[in-house]
Ligand binder design. Sequence first.
Ligand SMILES: [Zn+2]
Ligand SMILES: [Zn+2]
Length: 241
Amino acid sequence: MQNIDSVASAALDLVYPRYCEACGGIADIEGRYLCWACLSNISVICTPYCATCGDPVEGAVYSRFVCSACNDNTPAFELARSAARYRGPVKELVHRLKYGSAIHLAATLCDIMVPCFDSNYASLSLDVIVCVPMYSRKERERTYNQAWVIADELSKRTGVPFWGGLLKKVKDTGTQTSYNASQRRKNIRGSFEVSQPDWCEGKRFLLVDDVMTTGSTVNEVAGLLKDNGAVSVHVLTLARG
Ligand SMILES: [Zn+2]
Ligand SMILES: [Zn+2]
């Protein structure tokens, strides 16, 4: 039997049809802002990928491997995993979330992330979910942090508590899109702070962000949490550039 919420949501859909935020067509997945065609076009990340940072590689690799970037500089985090490639419908949805005030996409985006959480991290005894913070002035301009929006929703789905304000970004690092990996590492160094350092001691963290590119940001945050006594930091991002 359908519950009241889903009956109400189906009735609302008749009056106010929801549109797919990736293609603009009718959103035919109940309660979500995505259509089945776009859902099936999402490039879900599956093996082969680096056993540490989760970076996917093309082609056939049959054994466990660690990429050269992780071999050269062991990351501060234990593992990083991303749900989908940053392309097609996922790129559109992230863009809408970031620049189009589409915070109502939280549940739609978490549908993509939850299977990745379940297959990689469900067995960990995580203490808390945190997200990569935004520089305060930038967050005021945008009025929200997109990583916070998805981390908060992920917390509701997984039951792991979320502490959005534990981390702060204290330096405006600008846009890093034109930087290579080592320039990004240098640029991001010292940009984050922990609001309650003593609390981190002995804790197991899940660090959430929307998109991971070179991993320099999540690595910097993971290093800071470890410096403050974190036992482990696992990273989960919606998308991988
Ligand atoms: Zn669509
Ligand atoms: Zn790697």
